[in-house]
Design a protein around this ligand. Structure first.
Ligand SMILES: C[S@@+](CC[C@H](N)C(=O)[O-])C[C@H]1O[C@@H](n2cnc3c(N)ncnc32)[C@H](O)[C@@H]1O
Length: 263
């Protein structure tokens, strides 16, 4: 099954969707941190709806799963029967009053496949309903990640590629993204090195399109940071340690809850 999202097809939907589920518990970090009177949630970039369904069950509320990929919306509609779930690829279907807008693993896709105007539209849509909470969980690095790599780490990645016969992937990554002599690129490669099944798509995705500082800059003044956890994903750092013998100290993921402080 092949479906276009933006410019690049998802060549293996099953693998793509399975990969997304790996971070399931991490993605649900916010459920015990928001108030209890939640009536409407928007799952922004809902894909096949697996998180929308969990949220509808946990909060017993309406969940709008919104995604630009009609194939994802079709799959979601076919998969879940909870009457509280509404899946749509049209933002105009979202009601005016929204308690939570939830955006998980979305920002990097918006930047990778969107035009400048659709990126601008995304930031407007995220806040325009004045949701009580905006929950973000994504790959985000600090601006200081963009520096010279440790030379030993570079050597270890090249040795890994040779031993595992992955030279072609590393080379293609460096041509499309940039040299792993840059620390941000090196960590970027570690993050995507295993996505061989959808490689043509993954290699083009920019996992770090904005920095944590850029993210702070787009948060409107009427929102406070209720919760912030900028960290690493434990299972990923364990893989990098085991496969590459590299101990990554830079933080790669953000979990953020913004709370509206003014009407
Ligand atoms: C990596 S998946 C994440 C799915 C799910 N939120 C999760 O965390 O597992 C990103 C989804 O965002 C959708 N997407 C990308 N750009 C979008 C946009 N501008 N508006 C709405 N959805 C978008 C894609 O079609 C894809 O289904």
């Amino acid at each position: 099954m092949t479906k276009k999202v933006g410019f690049v097809a998802i060549s293996n939907y099953e693998v793509y969707l399975k990969g997304m589920r790996k971070g399931l518990y991490d993605k649900l970090f916010f459920i015990d941190k928001v108030g209890t009177d939640i009536q409407t949630i928007v799952d922004f970039g809902s894909a096949d709806g697996y998180l929308s369904d969990i949220m509808a069950n946990i909060f017993d509320c309406k969940v709008y799963g919104y995604d630009i990929d009609p194939k994802m919306i079709e799959t979601a509609r076919e998969s879940y029967s909870n009457p509280n779930l509404i899946f749509t690829d049209n933002f105009a279907d979202i009601p005016e009053k929204v308690d939570i807008i939830y955006a998980s693993s979305l920002i990097h896709e918006v930047y990778s496949y969107g035009s400048p105007s659709s990126i601008e539209k995304f930031w407007i849509e995220l806040f325009e309903k004045k949701p009580y909470y905006v929950v973000i969980r994504d790959m985000i690095g600090d601006a200081t990640m963009d520096r010279q790599s440790d030379r030993d780490d570079v050597r270890k990645v090249y040795r890994w590629a040779k031993e595992k016969h992955r030279e072609r992937y590393l080379k293609e990554f460096e041509v499309k993204v940039g040299s792993i002599n840059n620390n941000k690129n090196l960590i970027h490669f570690l993050l995507k090195h295993s996505y061989i099944d959808n490689w043509d798509r993954e290699v083009r995705e920019n996992y770090f399109p904005i920095t944590l500082q850029d993210l702070y800059a787009v948060i409107p003044n009427d929102y406070d940071i209720l919760y912030e956890d900028h960290n690493n994903i434990v299972y990923l750092t364990e893989i990098w340690e085991k496969e590459f013998d590299i101990d990554v100290k830079d933080k790669t993921h953000i979990k953020l809850i913004l709370k509206r402080c003014k009407d």
